[in-house]
Design a protein around this ligand. Sequence first.
Ligand code: NAP
Length: 281
Amino acid sequence: MSAAVPIRHAPLAGVIGMPIAHSRSPRLHGHWLRRYGLPGHYVPIPVLPEHLAEVLRVLPQAGFVGLNVTIPHKEAVLTLADTVTDRAALIGAANTLIFRPDGKVHADNTDGYGFIANLRQNAPDWQPEAGPAAIIGAGGAARAVVASLLDSGVPELRIANRTRLRAEQIKAEFGARLVVYEWAQLGNMLDGAATVVNATSLGMEGKQPLRVPLDALSPDALVTDLVYTPLMTPLLTEAQQRGCRIVDGLGMLLHQAAPGFERWFGHRPEVDDETRQVVLE
Ligand code: NAP
């Protein structure tokens, strides 16, 4: 990568993806910039896969200090970045890029951080080490959740996915604490689980609900959903009715954005109710 221009103007950042118009990140970062009175701009940038390499080469020369990355570029940016954090390499995807002053591109993944920070903020008594965690799904987001839960000290991590092979692949990469369950055995997977996570897209507006029998779910379990449209997914509604603590997925979206904002604009933003409201409007 060639050197970036010295920054003499307000720093620029943004989110690249395709499609990108639906992204809530510009609203979130724009809110934080205004709230803290910081100079800077954050824009959505539609990028086709065939243009990704060129975009990453050019933006550092055009005053950009970094980017968020979303579908379909999260995996491809790893091969284009100059440096990659261990956690992004382990997860196999990056969602945050830092453009260094010499033009080099540094890739990180903050989804796992956002996932844990959301639970710590909204269920302060949650103890990951208290018992097994059960993860439903084995896509990109599930990989970040698995990495962060293992880091947080879960004693056992159960995982089930419609396409079993993807769950087997995660076990092969992440190791001995993982146990793969059959998709048809989702209900059994919840038996004795202290933490339950929906990391599939099921339950999203316009998609089928996640159908999982909750008879074996303990009321002591914490249940969270990565889906945040709607905030109260069918899984969360039913888990709450059974007496479980629940945490919705919006906080993960907000918290995963904070490290990038701090690196680009120089201020660690607070995630609070006002931030939630701005993104929900
Ligand atoms: P992904 O890589 O495409 O994975 C999708 C997952 O959903 C896979 O496990 C897939 O199973 C499963 N799935 C999809 N349709 C299904 C169906 N009809 N029946 C059973 N399983 C189905 O997507 P991702 O990036 O991991 O994202 C997953 C969800 O998390 C999305 O809703 C996304 O919006 C959300 N998310 C939220 C945050 C946040 O900040 N809250 C962050 C990241 C992602 P197969 O492998 O069998 O296809």
